[in-house]
Ligand binder design. Structure first.
Ligand SMILES: [Zn+2]
Length: 365
């Protein structure tokens, strides 16, 4: 026996009315969500919830898809300058995808005309409108040689994620999947990696393949690339995390007093290893921040108040959380004043910084 559909008994007119009503409600809720996202973003409350960015908060805590996060954050930031966007989103004159396309081009001068022309247009129609109003130069001609597809070969896989580009709106950039590059999980611990290579890269890979023939007799490209990436990663990490094969000074022989703002390499190595090269921040629920990039060394006891460089006195933090704690210690106003004076004295800052992990040391209490 066939299952009864949930709306089977609703008559046609009533069904269409109900759908229109629900869509109207949903648009209103969407505009509310975007308004809240914009305010949380503005107050940087994501940091308090152990996230390094608004994008991370949207995807990791609110569990939006990458595209939903990108569109809502972009719209929220654009609406700070153009609040009319929220009204148009709520009443259905514009959708999130259209706003994300329009946002980088919107100014106070062109707003009225541009938005009226984009009203009730599809995303594709808005792209055509923008190309007409803001023509871009032709893309350079690129010649690529693709292998001929054998009849038995499966068709090329289309990217599953939308090709997003961050709009030029205020705020830190929202990550977008790089174009012409695709990483897809195939099975546990197996990934398909696909990208378009230049002739130079192709030629280098062939040279490497022949040089590594004794180690990789079957010339498997995945094995060769893995070995090359592993070596490069080790070198980059050694530089970034102050690791060397021959440690010049052990922690025991290192001066950790607060004689200068320079944090000795042995201390940085110890802290990086101890904190797992990941932001150490946890919120009240014990959730740890996931950020692993652009980490900074934070002094638990503010350096400016006599804190020293012993590993126990240092934590690895991402920029958002280093700033959150600095705001807590110094207050937002004082921090903004410090930032302005930092901008005026960039050469002094260069002297005070000793590497990527200390790039904003003057913010570090
Ligand atoms: Zn963090």
């Amino acid at each position: 026996m066939q299952n009864k559909r949930p709306l089977q008994s609703v008559d046609d007119d009533h069904l269409l009315q109900r759908l229109a009503h629900l869509v109207g409600q949903s648009r209103g809720s969407e505009a509310d969500i975007v308004t809240h996202i914009a305010e949380v973003d503005e107050r940087r409350l994501y940091a308090r919830e152990a996230c390094p960015s608004m994008y991370a908060y949207c995807t990791q805590v609110l569990h939006f898809s990458e595209a939903e996060a990108y569109l809502r954050i972009t719209t929220g930031r654009a609406a700070r300058e153009h609040p009319i966007l929220l009204e148009m989103l709520a009443d259905g004159r514009l959708h999130l995808s259209g706003i994300a396309k329009l946002a980088p081009h919107l100014t106070a001068e062109n707003r009225e005309e541009l938005l009226s022309r984009a009203c009730h247009r599809s995303k594709r129609e808005i792209e055509v409108l923008l190309a007409e109003l803001f023509p871009r130069p032709d893309v350079p001609t690129v010649v690529r040689k693709f292998p001929e597809r054998r009849p038995s070969s499966p068709p090329p896989t289309a990217p599953t994620e939308p090709q997003l580009r961050p709009g030029r709106v205020e705020g830190p950039p929202v990550p977008a999947p790089p174009p012409a590059f695709l990483v897809q999980p195939l099975a546990p611990a197996r990934y398909k990696v696909q990208f378009t290579a230049s002739a130079e890269l192709h030629e280098k890979l062939e040279r490497l393949r022949s040089l590594m023939r004794s180690h990789v007799p079957d010339g498997d490209l995945a094995t060769i690339i893995e070995q090359a990436v592993t070596e490069k990663l080790a070198r980059v990490e050694a530089r970034r995390f102050a690791q060397t094969k021959n440690l010049r000074k052990s922690l025991k022989d290192t001066d950790t007093s607060a004689r200068s703002r320079y944090i000795p390499a042995a201390v940085r190595r110890t802290v990086n290893e101890r904190d797992g090269r990941r932001c150490h921040y946890r919120n009240e629920q014990g959730r740890q921040c996931s950020e692993r990039h652009a980490l900074e060394h934070h002094h638990v006891h503010p350096f400016g108040f006599g804190g020293d460089h012993r590993p126990a006195e240092l934590r690895l933090l991402c920029r958002a959380h280093n700033r959150l704690i600095a705001e807590h210690d110094y207050g937002r106003t004082a921090l903004a004043r410090m930032a302005r004076s930092q901008d005026r004295a960039s050469e002094t800052r260069a002297e005070m910084c000793s590497g990527p992990a200390q790039a904003r040391l003057a913010f570090t209490p």
